[in-house]
Design a protein around this ligand. Structure first.
Ligand code: PFF
Length: 448
């Protein structure tokens, strides 16, 4: 389609880009970690239900806002507004989403930097540079600054090229690589002793835990983070989709890919933990639950890779390359949010805007690295625990209460002219109006 402001040239390009944004450290690290600390398969079950019943409708709302507005998040939401107050409200929500994306990128870049340094380590070990290997795997300010800068430079270099030549082209290359690598690793782990027990723990839900409030809150938070909601990112990606495309199915396909990859990642990580246990590694904490959090990725898995001998270097390399790719396809979407705003609202050239904003976010990351204990957790909570759910909730309020029903229908009908006779149109409008905002609000206040 390629309009003058840029756009995805194909349906496949959009699916790869949006799935690339959705699939990231949240799926491959966060989801298995949460599964481990929330009772295994019961969490998986709840996550799947919430992803389709709450996250997908909110995701559709954001995509629709963007495709209707054909512009960045602020401009798109203002186009739906009919009076001054609504326009102001639109500005606050759209702009908060943009800031939220920038804040997420500022800590995500640090995590991605860790993944990259762990991906380089097997190479330096193979070459016999032992001091360098120790530096790569030990926490230090210099290492963190170096790899965060490297990761930000990669992100900037893709976004500088624009939508088709940057986001779309690279998502189309990286996403199939990611899926291929993930499947290869799962097949390999499946051949190792101990993996069967892990598969059983992962796939056998303890139904009695399904309604535990903590489990519900964590599952909803993961689903929202995973679909990149409340960050303006899906609004801007929606604005790059052709009006000829059927948004309802495109959105469902992206949700399905996102959820499937999280599921596959669990199929890799949880059985890997049991393989590590078969090799003598302790995988349960003092309270009897599976070890989760950073220890899982940076202690247990590397110990597992070490125990595999020579091949462990290749498996470790493959795993952390996988993590780095997943992080990169997400980080480009986070940078596109603020960049599209500055380019469209302030008429600044894309390359300049990208470098400038990317550098600004790197400065925030550096501040976090230099004051890690105080700022790291704070920025994560601010953006993901408070920012994302609230902004996503207001996007639903905007679509449900401010946007006129006839205008919504006219927008969805483009590319899907029979939509008003189908199930989606019977359920989604009232669902977005009542159920999504109330459910998000309940979970949000509960989590406080
Ligand atoms: N969805 C990404 C993940 O699961 O890792 C994280 C993410 C990407 C959050 C883009 C927010 C965002 F705007």
């Amino acid at each position: 389609m390629s309009v003058s402001r840029g756009g995805f040239s194909s349906r496949f390009g959009f699916i790869m880009a949006a799935a690339g944004s959705a699939v990231g450290l949240g799926n491959i690290w966060g989801f298995p970690t949460q599964t481990a600390s929330n009772g295994g398969a019961a969490f998986v079950l709840v996550y799947l239900v919430l992803a389709f019943c709450l996250a997908y409708p909110a995701f559709m709302a954001e995509l629709l806002i963007g495709r209707y507005g054909q512009a960045n998040a602020v401009t798109s939401m203002q186009k739906m507004s009919r009076n001054l107050w609504q326009k102001r409200f639109a500005f606050i929500i759209g702009f908060s989403g943009i800031i939220c994306a920038a804040l997420i990128l500022s800590f995500y870049g640090i995590l991605a930097g860790w993944m990259m340094s762990y991906a380089v380590e097997p190479v330096t070990t193979m070459l016999g540079f032992n001091d360098l290997s120790s530096w790569l795997t030990a926490q230090s300010i210099t290492r963190n600054l170096f790899f965060t800068a490297l990761f930000m430079m990669l992100t900037i270099s893709i976004i500088r090229r624009g939508v088709e030549q940057g986001i779309e082209k690279w998502s189309k290359r990286l996403m199939p690589m990611l899926i291929g690598l993930l499947i290869l690793l799962i097949i390999y782990v499946f051949t190792l002793d101990g993996s069967r027990e892990g598969f059983i723990a992962y796939l056998n839900p303890d139904i009695s835990r399904v309604f535990e409030p903590d489990l519900l809150i964590n599952a909803l938070g993961s689903a929202f983070f995973s679909l990149s909601l409340g960050t303006s990112v899906m609004v801007i990606y929606g604005s790059y989709i052709s009006k000829k495309e059927n948004l309802v199915t495109l959105g469902a396909q992206v949700t399905l890919i996102d959820v499937s990859i999280a599921f596959l990642a669990g199929l890799l990580i949880i059985p890997s933990m049991y393989v590590a246990q078969a090799q003598g590694v302790a995988i349960f904490g003092d309270d009897g639950s599976l070890i989760s959090g950073p220890n899982l990725v940076f202690d247990i898995l590397p110990t597992l890779f070490d125990g595999m001998g020579g091949i462990g270097l290749f498996v470790g390399f493959g795993f952390f390359v996988l993590m780095s790719i997943a992080a990169l396809t997400s980080s480009i979407s986070m940078l596109e949010g603020p960049v599209s705003f500055v380019v469209e609202r302030h008429n600044i050239e894309r390359k300049k805007a990208t470098t400038f904003i990317g550098f600004g976010i790197f400065i925030i990351s550096s501040l976090i690295i230099l004051n890690f204990d105080v700022l790291f957790g704070f920025v994560i909570s601010l953006s993901t625990v408070y920012g994302q759910p609230l902004i996503a909730m207001f996007c639903c309020v905007f679509v449900g209460w401010i946007w006129q029903r006839s205008d919504i229908l006219a927008e969805i009908k483009q590319g899907n002219d029979k939509v008003e006779y189908g199930l989606f149109w019977k359920i989604w409008p009232w669902y977005t109006k009542f159920v999504c905002p109330s459910a998000i609000a309940i979970v949000f206040f509960h989590s406080l």
